[in-house]
Design a protein. Structure first.
Length: 258
């Protein structure tokens, strides 16, 4: 997981225009997941000595629709995995995962709940390899508040900063290969200095003791001041590593190029 991606607040100064026009233009530029439009990073081994993958995020906007393309490539440029995220303003509409290393493909789509128009459903489909794409595994669950994917973690932490500093904040995290969301919580661990800047370390861990025994916590290093950008994190990320004839989940260190 990378989750990735930390909003910059852009301040636009308008000259010779009315207040209403300024407010309208400013609000139109502040969709939660719109920035950064371009971000890169590097994924290292746990000992920080080996570059395993390069990360990039490209965002385009058409009206109120945002499309974020997140790519993970080997150092030689060959793609290992790709994520595609669609937002309508600040609302998630689609999260798509291409596991190019293994041929896996899946997505989570948000649609109205046919049985309850006041709610929405998260529809999953996933194929483990290319041969099974004609008959993917499907499922759905009711969409809950604070449901995130990798692209949403940074903005979520920034918008819940005061709560994270006081205690813990919970979320549901989309896991497409499992066809479900998993409960996580963010907890402040410590404060320190990094490259002359005050930073806060935040731990992300499963709320379920069973899953917590299987998945190591993720640790985020975040700016204490300003936009609270995630500078780096250690833990599970999207691409995998091959061990013999098997693909294994990767816990690495991801450093972003702000």
């Amino acid at each position: 997981m990378t989750r990735t991606f930390r909003p910059k607040l852009l301040i636009f100064f308008f000259l010779a225009v009315g207040i209403s026009s300024e407010t309208k233009s400013l609000s139109a530029s502040l969709f939660k997941y719109e920035e950064p439009k371009f971000l890169t990073g590097t994924i290292y081994s746990q000992d920080s000595k080996t570059i395993l993958f390069k990360f990039s995020r490209h965002l385009t906007r058409s009206g109120n629709e945002l499309e974020a393309i997140r790519e993970y490539a080997y150092p030689d440029g060959k793609l290992a995995a790709r994520e595609r995220v669609i937002y309508d303003r600040d609302e998630l509409r689609l999260y798509e995962l291409e596991e190019l290393q293994t041929g896996g493909y899946g997505r989570a789509t948000i649609k109205p709940d046919e049985d309850n128009p006041q709610k929405q459903r998260l529809h999953f489909e996933y194929s483990k390899e290319s041969a099974s794409r004609a008959s993917p595994k499907r499922g759905f669950e009711t969409l809950q508040s604070n449901t995130l994917n990798n692209d949403m973690v940074g903005p979520f932490l920034a918008s819940h900063w005061a709560a994270v500093m006081k205690g813990e904040v919970k979320c549901r995290f989309i896991v497409v290969p499992r066809g479900e969301t998993v409960g996580f919580r963010f907890v402040k661990e410590s404060e320190s200095q990094w490259q002359g800047k005050p930073v806060v370390s935040v731990r992300m861990e499963p709320t379920s003791p069973v899953i917590r025994a299987l998945v190591n916590p993720l640790h985020f290093k975040i700016e204490k001041e300003g936009a609270h950008r995630v500078l780096d994190y250690s833990g599970r990320t999207t691409p995998k590593l091959k061990s013999g004839n098997k693909w294994e989940e990767l816990d690495g260190i991801t450093v972003f190029d702000w």
